[in-house]
Write a protein that binds this ligand. Structure first.
Ligand code: GDP
Ligand code: MG
Ligand code: ZN
Length: 330
């Protein structure tokens, strides 16, 4: 037997074999479930990482319409052999520590979670070819701050343009950064990613897959060509994909060119919470103060006037706050 999946297997696993607890009438306990991580999703089929191998799985019926995304930690029953044709079943999704969402679009009114449980959000931007888009970077940073991911700025293609202007924009926010270039050493990037799970985001063509290939020798992520006329990358990857870094150093998630971050649910207090030094100046703000430009008697303005806050830092925070609104990531 190749361990091929059949209807019979489903029936079988719906009823736990050992019953150590009294039988619950309508909910199996899945005592024999194991834990795995979702590495990619393709048309309703999930690839899981389990004990160093790849296992295909589908959602079990009790999960219903609940989404399962890359990075999700799941409990699984069934054939975990990873053999050709083997298919396991996801019976539970663990609570997520962080989520990355993309915006609703015209034919889909719901903001979708696209990656779960990443601890770091690496915002990848090319210094040229394609030109950096500060507004997209700002929105990615907001997504990181409000979800509790640590943001990291990764500026690629330093062989084509100088990073200083762009770095100056983000210095007062204190965003950690790395700069890479063609043929350069990725050791610094490796160090920044070490020991945790990071998701790479950025417009297509900025060099995300190139970076993944440099970090994970057998990754074989497809690398695209930037169109000479439009300066845009061809969309080479269609789904997020999680890979283990060598030597158990953590995980990296490559994503297709994300153009829009779901920020509709973001409130001002969600964002300022990520900046404790600013937050502590807002205790006396009028009720409902967003701490944005032009708010009367905002504590941030008072603190700047009395010289206890750096105006550039406040300005950068307010730029992020304004970036929440109006979409317009392109
Ligand atoms: N000049 C230069 N080109 C790069 C660099 N990194 C990537 N590229 C090129 O940029 C194009 C898009 O790269 P890719 O990794 O597919 O970008 P992705 O869409 O973000 O995954 C490819 O032609 C790469 O060879 C770099 O540091 N310098
Ligand atoms: Mg790519
Ligand atoms: Zn305020």
């Amino acid at each position: 037997m190749s361990g091929r999946y059949t209807e019979h297997d489903i029936e079988h696993y719906d009823r736990p074999r050992r019953r150590t607890r009294p039988r619950t009438k309508d909910r199996p306990t899945y005592d024999d479930a194991v834990e795995a991580v979702v590495v990619t999703v393709d048309r309703g089929r999930f690839t899981l990482a389990y004990e160093g191998r790849r296992v295909m799985a589908m959602k079990s019926r009790p999960l219903g319409r609940k989404g399962v995304v890359v990075g999700d930690r799941v409990r699984v029953v069934g054939d975990m052999s990873g053999d050709d044709g083997a298919l396991a079943r996801i019976v539970e999704v663990q609570d997520r520590t962080t989520t990355l969402r993309r915006t609703a679009d015209d034919d889909d009114p719901v903001e979708r979670v696209i990656v779960a449980n990443a601890a770091q959000l690496v915002v990848v931007a090319a210094l040229a070819d394609p030109e950096p888009r500060p507004r997209l970077i700002d929105r990615a940073l907001v997504a990181a701050y409000v979800s509790g991911m640590k943001p990291i700025l990764c500026l690629t293609k330093a062989d084509l343009a100088d990073p200083e202007t762009l770095l100056a924009t983000y210095r007062s926010l204190g965003v950690p950064y790395v700069v890479t270039q063609r043929g350069g050493d990725v050791e610094l990037v490796r160090r920044v990613l070490s020991g945790t799970t990071s998701v790479l985001v950025g417009h297509s063509g900025v060099g995300k897959s190139t970076l993944v290939n440099a970090l994970v020798p057998d990754a074989q992520r497809e690398v695209g060509v930037v169109n000479a006329v439009t300066g845009r990358g061809r969309h080479t990857s269609t789904s997020a994909y999680m890979l283990a870094l060598p030597d158990d150093e953590g995980w990296i998630i490559d994503t297709p060119g994300i153009r829009s971050f779901g920020l509709a649910h973001v409130q001002p207090e969600d964002l300022i919470g990520a900046f404790p030094d600013l937050d502590e100046k807002t205790g006396e703000c009028p009720r409902g103060c967003t701490h944005g430009h032009g708010e009367p008697e905002c504590g941030l303005d008072l603190a700047m006037e009395s010289g206890t806050l750096d105006p550039e830092r406040v300005e950068s925070f307010r730029r992020l706050l304004a970036a929440r609104e109006g979409g317009g990531d392109h």
